[in-house]
Ligand binder design. Structure first.
Ligand code: S3P
Length: 175
């Protein structure tokens, strides 16, 4: 069974950029869940929220993420998967992730995360107070699920990727 490294964390924590860099460094495949959900329903995320509501988005996200993890477990090479920030709120995804050994939380400063996430593309990042409240609601989910927590404050993408590789290597000998 091939290795899977799964990145989780709030919107704007850098999951996509770090995931790409990590996959490049490891020579693994990279999958970003959000664009796959967009492909699945044939429209951008903000439209999915408008037309199908958040529940419609989560339903598609659940199918995509579970399918992706299944496929990754049967792959010949390792896979890095960057999840959308709300995937952990889906019970079946949460349960599936508890059985994954390499779940990594990118723990970013909330002001920096909002700065990166705001600007129209993310329906749940249009208001600073709501963004903060959503983070507070989810924080314990992220922390309870993740086997590795990386404090990304002030670090560049490259440094975060190196830190993740070092951390997993020190603890498990793999990577
Ligand atoms: C969401 C996070 C987004 C995207 C959607 C909802 C969330 O992904 O899945 O807008 O509920 O936190 P990113 O974390 O990649 O921004």
């Amino acid at each position: 069974m091939a290795e899977r490294l799964i990145l989780t964390g709030f919107m704007g924590s850098g999951k996509t950029a770090v995931g790409k860099r990590l996959a490049g460094k490891l020579g693994w495949d990279f999958f970003d869940a959000d664009p796959l959900v967009e492909q699945h329903l044939g429209m951008p995320i903000h439209e999915i929220f408008e037309i199908h509501g958040e529940s419609g988005f989560r339903k598609a996200e659940e199918a995509v993420v579970l399918g992706l993890l299944e496929e990754a477990s049967r792959a010949q090479t390792g896979t890095v998967v960057s999840l959308g920030g709300g995937a952990v709120t889906i019970p079946a995804v949460y349960e599936r992730l508890t059985r994954e050994p390499l779940v990594v939380l990118l723990d970013e400063d909330i002001n920096m995360a909002f700065k990166r996430a705001r600007g129209g593309k993310r329906p749940l990042a249009d208001d600073r107070d709501k963004f903060q409240a959503l983070y507070s609601e989810r924080e314990s989910l992220y922390r309870s699920l993740s086997k590795y927590i990386v404090d990304t404050r002030g670090l560049k993408v490259e440094q975060v990727a190196d830190r993740i590789i070092r951390l997993i290597h020190e603890r498990t000998g793999i990577l």
